[in-house]
Design a protein around this ligand. Structure first.
Ligand code: AMP
Ligand code: MG
Length: 268
């Protein structure tokens, strides 16, 4: 398996140095790749079951990326075999009036995983250091405070038994053009297209810069960022699936010990 290290954010970095079209996690032909993904999805279900049985620790997967980068598709495929009982998915939208009346982490804290759960965030608290930065709604001092607050929040989570995985799905501008056009051209995809997607696309380089700064400032030992080359959907799915499976395996999950009284118990 390819190494995650190359894609883990450490210090200052440039998104331009990571090729969105790279396919480090693809081996063999497409059939073999689909089989690998299926095997990983099954393995993930088994590990989730153990996480639930252990009932102590938690896993949080943060998915970020620009429109059409594949956040929805990653969740659909990577968790295709995971029981819905064990996962909690939260899609973060433009904050409501009630959410805006609170600090930006309020709605996030409400969506963290409970003991034994996996929570998946489709967008996250990172939107609050992307959209307002690009739109000029917060200044540099406030942005820096938010980076620190995010790292403090993630430290609180990790110190209370949550393993945090953060993935930025990295696509090229041309791949986004194709995917947006497909949403316009294919009637069954049209519902996904919003006019606003085009104005965000116009600010592509501003978003890239905001991402670079946010990821560099918040990639910590306890909650590192991974940049996932995502022009290839299969590469993206395989990288995220491998990362989650490896993380859960490294947690050395164990089933709770059964009571010795069960050894000779026969149900009548
Ligand atoms: P989608 O994920 O395509 O359903 O779109 C959700 C939209 O909500 C995106 O345009 C996000 O940028 C936006 N959004 C989510 N969280 C925030 C936030 N905290 N501040 C501003 N916009 C946000
Ligand atoms: Mg959208």
């Amino acid at each position: 398996m390819a190494s995650f290290k190359k894609y883990c954010v450490t210090g200052k970095f440039k998104l331009a140095n990571i090729d969105p079209a790279a396919v480090p996690f693809l081996k063999g032909d497409e059939e073999a790749q689909r089989e690998e993904l299926e095997a990983l999805a099954v393995r993930l279900d088994d590990l989730q079951n153990k996480l639930h049985a252990e009932g102590r620790r938690k896993l949080l997967l943060v998915l970020q990326g620009l429109d059409t980068s594949g956040k929805d598709g990653t969740i659909r495929w990577v968790f295709s075999r995971t029981s819905p009982l064990g996962v909690r998915v939260k899609a973060f939208k433009v904050p409501s009036d009630d959410e805006r009346a609170h600090d930006f982490l309020w709605r996030c804290h409400a969506a963290v995983p409970a003991a034994g759960e996996i929570a998946i965030w489709n967008r996250s608290h990172y939107e609050d250091v992307l959209v307002p930065v690009v739109e000029g709604l917060i200044d540099k001092a406030e942005t820096r405070r938010r980076y620190a607050q995010i790292s403090d929040f993630e430290r609180l989570l990790t110190e209370t038994g949550t393993v945090v995985i953060k993935c930025m799905l990295h696509i090229s501008k041309d791949e986004q053009r194709k995917r947006l056009q497909a949403r316009i051209d294919q009637p069954d995809k049209r519902w996904k297209f919003q006019m606003d997607d085009l104005s965000v696309r116009k600010k592509w380089s501003d978003y890239e810069r905001a991402y670079e700064k946010a990821l560099a400032a918040t990639s910590t030992d306890y909650a590192p960022w991974h940049v996932v080359p995502a022009d290839s959907k299969l590469n993206r799915n395989l990288m995220v699936a491998n990362l989650i499976v490896k993380t859960l395996e490294d947690m050395k999950l164990t089933l709770p010990p059964a009571s010795p009284a069960l050894n000779h118990l026969v149900v009548q």
